[in-house]
Design a protein around this ligand. Structure first.
Ligand code: DGY
Length: 350
């Protein structure tokens, strides 16, 4: 019996695949240890794919025709260590009968925490406050009754663009901050699970968590008009690219903030920079940006007239130790599962 070859594009915090290798179930193709966790070059990926039954990837590995052609007919499964899969051409992969695994649910709480973190950072003026301290300017800005003031979440309207698992985890974190209400949009028929004990108790207590009613405008624009804090938590696809664009930003209140922890492409960066420059909105908290990680010091979001209104993080949403381990385990188990080699499956068969 030939042992399936697996291309592992990144070192990940898990032992699952190493155990499978030690048990002789798979043969792993990995980058040299010295390359650490860095993304492999495209040429390394393409030259090592031929003959592989599986590929373990991250967000930076684009799965397109050239990837699949390089792999050839042996490829049975692609497993990505991410919940998002906009880097994978799904229809094409499906048309070739290849399975795809991703890592939903295990990162909901971690990403929700970063959404809350960004909301607090940007409303409480942390970008300008920390810059003031770091640059030795604190002595010039002693405490005054109005220094570094910003709005509280209490009493405000929260808007969630998208109402998937991460949005629902975020709701649970936000409610103790006492927002006035939470509005959401969703493209799916599924609203939140009304059987969920937490939401059931919110409803019973009359806390308003509502899908925004469609009035004259599309749902996102209605939400933009009403929300004080907008969280972007949609998948990136053709219909959500630049869902936050010029029109959306113009509809927002000048006192409102936007938080994005989904994918950079959901927000039109040029339009956002303009909106911040023109005081059309109050600020932005971003864990993701179009074109990341190529954001250099001269990026417009870091320019002197914009940077103090922006909390910018380098895509750390899922980055708790526990979450990244769970994602890595799930990535490897998805791969082994698709090949019929999962540890538990082996045990069941005994
Ligand atoms: C994902 O999983 O899609 C995140 O963006 C990275 O954790």
């Amino acid at each position: 019996m030939t042992v399936p070859k697996i291309l592992v594009c990144r070192r990940m915090p898990t032992e699952v695949l190493k155990r499978a290798e030690a048990a002789g179930k798979v043969e792993l193709i990995t980058q040299p240890e010295s390359d650490g966790e860095r993304a492999p070059s495209r040429s390394w990926v393409l030259s090592n794919l031929p003959g592989c039954a599986g590929a373990v990837i991250c967000l930076s590995e684009k799965v397109d025709a050239s990837f699949l052609d390089a792999a050839g007919p042996s490829l049975k499964v692609i497993s990505t260590m991410s919940v998002g899969y906009d880097h994978i051409d799904l229809p094409l992969v499906k048309s070739r009968g290849i399975c795809v695994g991703n890592t939903p649910r295990v990162l909901d709480d971690a990403v929700a925490e970063v959404c809350l973190l960004l909301a607090l950072m940007v409303t409480r003026q942390v970008p300008v406050a920390t810059r003031t301290v770091r640059e030795g300017e604190w002595p010039n800005f002693p405490w005054t009754p109005t220094c570094f003031m910003g709005p509280s979440i209490a009493g405000k309207t929260v808007g969630l663009l998208g109402f998937g698992n991460i949005s629902q985890s975020l709701c649970k974190l936000l409610v103790p901050f006492k927002p006035k209400r939470i509005l959401y949009t969703t493209s799916r028929e599924r609203k939140f699970d009304r059987e969920d004990k937490y939401f059931a108790s919110l409803m019973r207590d009359g806390f308003p968590v509502d899908r925004i009613g469609v009035e004259n405008e599309p749902e996102p624009i209605e939400l933009a008009k009403k929300a004080d804090l907008v969280f972007v938590l949609v998948d990136l696809n053709a219909s959500t690219k630049h869902i936050v664009g010029k029109k959306f930003l113009e509809a927002m209140k000048p006192s409102a903030y936007i938080i994005n922890a989904s994918r950079g492409g959901t927000v039109d960066t040029a339009a956002l920079v303009e909106a911040l420059r023109n005081n059309q909105i109050a600020g932005a908290g971003l864990d993701v940006v179009e074109g990341e990680p190529g954001i250099h010091a001269d990026h417009p979001l870091l320019s002197a007239d914009v940077r103090d209104k922006v909390a910018l993080l380098p895509h750390i949403g899922s980055g708790t130790t526990e979450t990244r381990q769970a994602m890595a385990d799930m990535t490897m188990n998805n791969l082994l599962g698709a090949l019929g080699l999962r540890e538990e499956q082996g045990k069941e068969a005994e």
